[in-house]
Design a protein around this ligand. Structure first.
Ligand code: ATP
Length: 246
């Protein structure tokens, strides 16, 4: 990722508002899930969020998507937001093309936009297929196309690769990074996979007990042999932070 880093930073469209969260609080009944969380994501930046189960990652994403309300604090997000979940959540009784158009319902030229998005995820020839005939990876690519067609300025990905087999996961990681580099939304990916976070993101954040407790710049760390030591050190550090390993 080293060579493309400078290019990515230079081509950020300054007109896009960054994501800004200040002093966010959210409780479910007596349980305080998010406790005074601050977060800033620049336009075009790819942020990966790690954290133990139940620490509030999905709650944060849902709040950024406007699906959940904050109890206190400020949440400034762009108007164009799209979210992809672990499951594709397609309408099984509608063809692929409709499922993608669903993201821009009512817009003129929606069919053409849907086809363009399907083309980008390598599924142009599946526009008229039924969701039930797709593999898990293909269905998740349709979910990605449905998100892209909205031209999001903020793209939220909640463990989107977790249900995929190892090879499909690697292909999907590369596709998502490529799409983010091309469209430049601010991107927040929740994952439990430390290596995925380091290799895919520009920044890796660790969340614990409702706050961000670590923020590491990971731009430029690749699978190349030259980066092996940096990758290993960061991986160990992050695993320790997550309470795994010594
Ligand atoms: N709608 C809800 N009502 C009540 N409690 C909830 C609700 N949504 C989440 N919670 C609780 O809030 C806490 C944080 O949940 P959240 O899903 O945000 O965690 P997470 O970090 O995404 O976990 P995981 O990694 O397991 O997906 C959990 O204890 C969960 O049970």
């Amino acid at each position: 990722m080293t060579s493309s880093t400078t290019l990515r930073q230079e081509s950020v469209r300054e007109t896009r508002a960054p994501v800004e969260v200040r002093g966010l609080h959210r409780a479910y009944g007596a349980r305080q899930v998010i406790r005074g969380l601050d977060l800033r994501v620049q336009a075009g930046e790819f942020l990966c969020l790690l954290g133990p189960s139940g620490c509030g990652k999905t709650t944060l994403l849902r709040t950024l998507a406007g699906l959940d309300a904050a109890d206190a604090g400020e949440v400034d997000v762009p108007t164009q937001v799209a979210i992809v979940f672990q499951e594709p959540r397609l309408l099984p009784w509608k063809r692929v093309d409709f499922n993608v158009r669903f993201g821009v319902a009512g817009t003129r030229g929606a069919r053409a936009q849907a086809l363009a998005a399907l083309e980008e995820v390598g599924l142009a020839d599946h526009a008229d297929a039924w969701p039930g005939t797709l593999s898990g990876g293909q269905a998740q690519r349709v979910a990605l196309a449905r998100a892209l067609v909205r031209e999001p300025h903020l793209l939220l990905l909640d463990e989107p690769f977790a249900a995929l087999d190892a090879l499909t996961r690697i292909r999907m990681q590369a596709l998502v990074r490529e799409l983010v580099d091309r469209h430049r939304p601010a991107t927040v990916l929740v994952t439990h996979d430390v290596e995925e976070a380091i290799l895919l993101g520009d920044r890796v954040l660790v969340m614990a007990e409702g706050r961000i407790v670590r923020d590491s710049d990971t731009t430029g760390i690749t699978r190349d042999a030259a980066d092996a030591v940096a990758l290993d050190v960061l991986r160990r550090d992050l695993l320790r932070e997550l309470g795994v390993g010594g």
